[in-house]
Design a protein around this ligand. Structure first.
Ligand SMILES: [Zn+2]
Ligand SMILES: [Zn+2]
Length: 143
């Protein structure tokens, strides 16, 4: 577990280091992730909380309350440049996601060696093709 990877926001005020492989990479096509990223889907590398360390400016956060479960989900971001820097969830307290594109060299995250899961494909708009062989779910993989 000496495998360290670094990343950060576009302005450089916030930096982070991860240790080891993520549990999975979730490519979430839900409408909420489309809106928070302004993109076709959110791409989050999901780590154990203890394997991610942030340095630099204190992260800001926006707390979203689920209107279904009533539980919170925090969106973390750089207070200077606004770069999305991952999610924490009341429902899954031991994990902390890091957006895959914020690594200095995101190419180390390889499908095949790490589970890549495309989830909430029910709200996909056909803006991108899901590669053959990837795990696909119409909703969440935890039914
Ligand atoms: Zn920044
Ligand atoms: Zn989502």
């Amino acid at each position: 577990m000496t495998d360290r990877h670094e990343g950060g926001c576009v302005c450089g005020a916030v930096r982070y280091v991860t240790r080891g492989d993520p549990e999975r990479v979730s490519l979430c096509h839900c409408a909420w992730c489309q809106r928070r990223t302004g993109s076709a889907f959110g791409t989050e590398a999901v780590f154990k909380h203890t394997n991610v360390t942030f340095t630099g400016d204190t992260l800001r956060k926006y707390r979203h309350l689920s209107d279904e479960s009533g539980r919170w989900l925090d969106q973390h971001f750089c207070g200077t440049c606004g770069t999305n820097l991952g999610l924490t969830m009341e429902a899954v307290p031991d994990i902390r996601s890091v957006p895959a594109g914020t690594f200095d060299d995101p190419g180390w995250l390889k499908p095949g060696s790490i589970p890549f899961r495309h989830i909430f494909l029910r709200s996909d708009h056909g803006w991108s093709e899901v590669p053959e062989g990837m795990e696909r779910y119409e909703e969440h993989f935890r039914p």
